[in-house]
Design a protein around this ligand. Structure first.
Ligand code: NAG
Length: 263
């Protein structure tokens, strides 16, 4: 938005200067002196407005599978951002813009952008999609929960963690200062939970190893204390489950937003 405003003010300065300079020859010299002063005032003002128009918006990506797409925790986390008075300074970004669960948070105009893709695997996202998404919707903060579909399709914990590593590398290539929240995956009550447990057990050491000052990784424990009775269909959270997820991600996200806004 601001570049066009700056362009307009520069055009205005040029037009104003041109008109003023086209005055009678005998007054031109005196006018030019005044004008130089006025132009420098204009430039100073333009610089000041450039500074104040520098966008403070921080872009946040909710990245994941159906547990991100067809659920309401994104909406509940938005309420937390709004309650903390960050709603005007943040936006969710991603190639998707939808509210398939018809969530109705307190904030009616919550930002419905996201990168949640029902049925998708961490492995496929890492190998085939994330680079493009990070380029088309640049971000400051990524929060992700992935791996459930990989587990259901029988992929090994090692392969899933390798996909996590690849995703972090892609995020950091896109933005060396990317702030990352990795979610421990919520339980499954359809079939065996052992693959989910294995990912969650691997996450702490994995995150510690990849953690850097420039691009921190923090863990949102969305699994501990999440009862399978808070799953509506054995896989996806019901509203109570959404509230648990939001309560684990929200505070970490608020910290990141606060830090990245320099507050
Ligand atoms: C990563 O480092 C930050 C400090 O920069 C720390 O707050 C955070 O807990 C660390 N994450 C992990 C997973 O150890």
């Amino acid at each position: 938005m601001y570049p066009s405003r700056i362009l307009l003010s520069l055009t205005a300065i040029a037009a104003w200067a041109g008109t003023a300079l086209a005055g009678p020859i005998d007054v031109q010299v005196a006018e030019r002196q005044t004008q130089k002063l006025r132009i420098s005032e204009f430039i100073l003002a333009a610089r000041a407005s450039f500074v104040s128009l520098t966008p403070l918006t921080r872009s946040l990506v909710p990245l994941g599978d159906s547990i991100t797409e067809i659920t309401c925790w994104r909406a509940l986390v938005w309420d937390m951002l709004a309650d903390a008075k960050y709603a005007d300074q943040v936006q969710y970004v991603g190639s998707q813009n939808s509210n398939p669960q018809n969530c109705k948070p307190n904030t009616a105009n919550w930002d419905e952008h996201h990168e949640g893709h029902s049925g998708w695997l961490a492995i496929d996202i890492a190998n085939n999609y994330l680079t493009k998404w990070m380029q088309s919707t640049p971000a400051d903060i990524v929060m992700f929960m992935l791996g459930t579909n990989d587990v259901v399709r029988g992929h090994s914990t090692a392969d899933i963690m390798a996909a996590y590593t690849k995703m972090v590398n892609i995020m950091r290539t896109a933005n060396p200062k990317m702030k990352i929240i990795v979610d421990m995956v919520i339980p499954l009550s359809l079939g065996s939970n052992s693959g989910i447990t294995a990912i969650n057990n691997a996450i702490p050491d994995w995150a510690k190893k990849l953690n850097t000052t420039d691009s921190p990784i923090v863990i949102a424990d969305c699994n501990t204390g999440f009862p399978t009775s808070d799953l509506r269909d054995g896989v996806h959270p019901n509203l109570a489950g959404d509230k648990i997820i939001a309560s684990r991600i929200g505070p970490l996200l608020l910290n990141y937003v606060q830090e990245s806004l320099g507050k």
